[in-house]
Design a protein around this ligand. Sequence first.
Ligand SMILES: [Fe+2]
Ligand SMILES: [Fe+2]
Length: 265
Amino acid sequence: MDKPYRTMPDIEVLPAHFPIPGAGFLAVNAFVIKAKEPVLIDTGMGKDSEEFMEALESVIDPRDLKWVWLTHDDADHTGSLQKVLEAAPNARLAAFSLAVLRMSTDWPVPMNRVYWLNPGDCIDVGDRKLTAVRPPLFDNPTTIAVYDDKSGAFFAADCFGAIIQSPVQSTDEVAESELAQGMVGWASLDNPWVHMIKTNEFSQSLERIRRLAPKKILSAHLPPAEGKTEQFLELLATVPPSTPAIAPNQTALEQILGSAGSVNR
Ligand SMILES: [Fe+2]
Ligand SMILES: [Fe+2]
């Protein structure tokens, strides 16, 4: 985990970064919205659980949380979910039904605390409305990103992620070419289906975000990005017809392990 920081007047980032061998880093962010009914969005990676709880407690007393919004049930988003629900007895778990059911095969999700949301559904958290949005790119069918109508922030889940060279607190600190390459590469690798759909169909889902016109994009896998929505949408529009990213194979792994001096055969 990295040190939490404030990215908007009432929004805190609980940041971590995950090294991608030979490529750079992927941010793994969770967020706290200090709404009238405070909301935690996602719960980081399990390997960071102890640090995650400390980071959370440094920005809010978990007993004050009223909502935990799970964007999807991938492990880099559910890492501290059980611990958070224990520490935040007044919080309800807002999530897509299938995410909750799938997690229930692994641990007893307290169903009486669950709030099921589909894309388009909203929750009122006292001083703002949070709307569940299916982002243009998603690597998990349970994905519900979040649009906050008070701050104008769009919590994009895995969409708009990018592998970058070093962890930073704003995409303004990332060179434009690095950001473009990192975002297109991540989009292709994390969403191979995007190469199977028609460009104009994909454009429609990008258009929905354009109409939403978020002030800030808060992706789980990118430093916060202000005033870059159009740039990002144009970048993603290039992905469907592009050459699909190729994931590293065994030869690459052996090179990585070899350079780390620990090849086992
Ligand atoms: Fe994911
Ligand atoms: Fe993710």
